[in-house]
Design a protein around this ligand. Structure first.
Ligand SMILES: [Zn+2]
Length: 401
């Protein structure tokens, strides 16, 4: 599908248009903000829990779940909920040391003893030092017994520490979400401006009237082997979205807020000077981010792509727009695996973001095969999905994300 043209910039071009909106309240069901008090809203079995009125994101508290030395800590909340029309759950939490965590498990039971239950077990390694927001498709939960999403009477969070250590998980919020997506969205993003993104990726996508998203810094310009400003303009004319990758590809988590802002503004000014329209998306250099980085990024962009690879299928409304996940196309992934991810996006009406550095004859740590890329694009073009689109196009289709 051909990407729609990008709206004209506002007079103050540094202020990119805000193309997201708050989620429709009708599509969100609050399950808990963990502020109802221990022993009232949430009760534990095993281990220990404590209210935390200092570290939280929403409302006025979180609950700290403490597990020590391979002993489970459970917290339970009574519900009377019908999730049958909801599609995803979002959890917001923070772990003090991911290396000490054996696992985190979320449960929904149709009986108070969890004989009939849905559960999701994992190690949340994506953002080890920040508040994490993860979105789990209902379909991703495992099933034990004969549970029913239509009548959930209890939910549980379970934390397990490694042997001989203590781990703390702060839980801040759980919500159920109804996706607004009508079909899957598949985005091809390209980092750093390697020349094959212009010569190969564009050729493949052009054949399907599709576009990519190019994340560019300032310093690649003019170097041999990289896309030139003239080629960037040609990509823009072909419907591609040019996203920011900051001016100098620095380690943003080592910078002050002022330095981070300078890196963003210098990149946007460079785009402006060569005729590139501002985009509402950026990609963190090296994927590195923290709350300081995100708070600056939020002033300039509506979306930011990380390099994290778990929970790939973002749902709509996009409730975690500054931690968009992607999967890199390089020697770590086969064509069959990439196609399977596309199939999963179709099943979940998810937003799947592929990322790519180079296309070449032989795959390596930075390169994926040209023929594999051509096969993947052809495969995705035949799916029930909007493939080869941009973030702007996506936001316009859904009136913001
Ligand atoms: Zn990069």
């Amino acid at each position: 599908m051909k990407a729609a043209s990008i709206p004209q910039r506002e007079n103050n071009w540094l202020k990119t248009p805000r193309i997201h909106r708050d989620p429709d309240p009708e599509k969100i069901l609050m399950i808990s903000q963990f502020d109802g008090g221990i022993g009232v809203e949430w009760t534990n079995s095993g281990g220990s829990i404590a209210d935390d009125a200092v570290n939280y994101v929403t409302s006025n508290k979180s609950i700290n779940i403490v597990s020590t030395n391979s002993v489970y800590t459970h917290v339970n909340k009574t519900l009377a909920a019908d999730f049958s029309t909801y599609t995803h759950f979002r959890y917001r939490f923070k772990c003090d040391d991911i290396s000490k965590l054996t696992g985190l498990t979320f449960w929904f039971g149709t009986d108070s003893g969890y004989n009939h239950t849905y559960y999701f077990a994992f190690v949340p390694k994506d953002e080890p030092l920040a508040w994490q927001e993860i979105i789990i498709s209902k379909d991703a939960f495992s099933v034990s017994g004969s549970p029913n999403w239509g009548s959930i009477v209890r939910t549980k969070v379970r934390v397990l520490a490694n042997a001989n250590v203590t781990v703390n998980i702060l839980m801040d919020e759980i919500v159920a979400i109804k996706t607004e997506a009508t079909r899957a969205s598949i985005i091809y993003s390209f980092d750093d401006g390697y020349l094959s993104q212009y010569t190969e990726a564009r050729r493949v996508l052009d054949a399907y009237k599709q576009a990519g998203v190019l994340f560019m810094t300032n310093y690649a310009y003019g170097q041999s082997g990289y896309i030139t400003p003239a080629q960037m303009l040609a990509l823009q004319d072909a419907g591609w979205e040019i996203g920011s990758h900051t001016a100098h590809h620095l380690h943003m988590t080592t910078l002050t807020a002022g330095q981070i802002e300078n890196e963003i503004v210098a990149n946007l000014k460079y785009f402006h000077s060569i005729g590139i329209r501002p985009s509402s998306v950026m990609a963190y250099p090296f994927g590195e981010n923290n709350d300081t980085v995100k708070n600056v990024v939020k002033k300039y962009f509506s979306f930011a792509r990380s390099t994290q690879t778990t929970f790939l299928n973002q749902s709509l409304p996009m409730v975690n727009r500054y931690m968009l996940k992607c999967i890199f196309l390089d020697s770590s992934i086969t064509l069959a695996q990439a196609k399977a991810l596309s199939d999963s996006a179709v099943a979940n009406k998810g937003i799947l973001i592929f990322a790519c550095h180079q296309l070449g004859a032989v795959a390596d740590g930075l390169t994926w095969g040209i023929s594999d890329f051509a096969s993947l694009v052809a495969y995705n073009a035949a799916l029930d999905a909007d493939a080869g689109i941009t973030f702007n196009w996506l936001a316009q289709k859904y009136g913001g994300c």
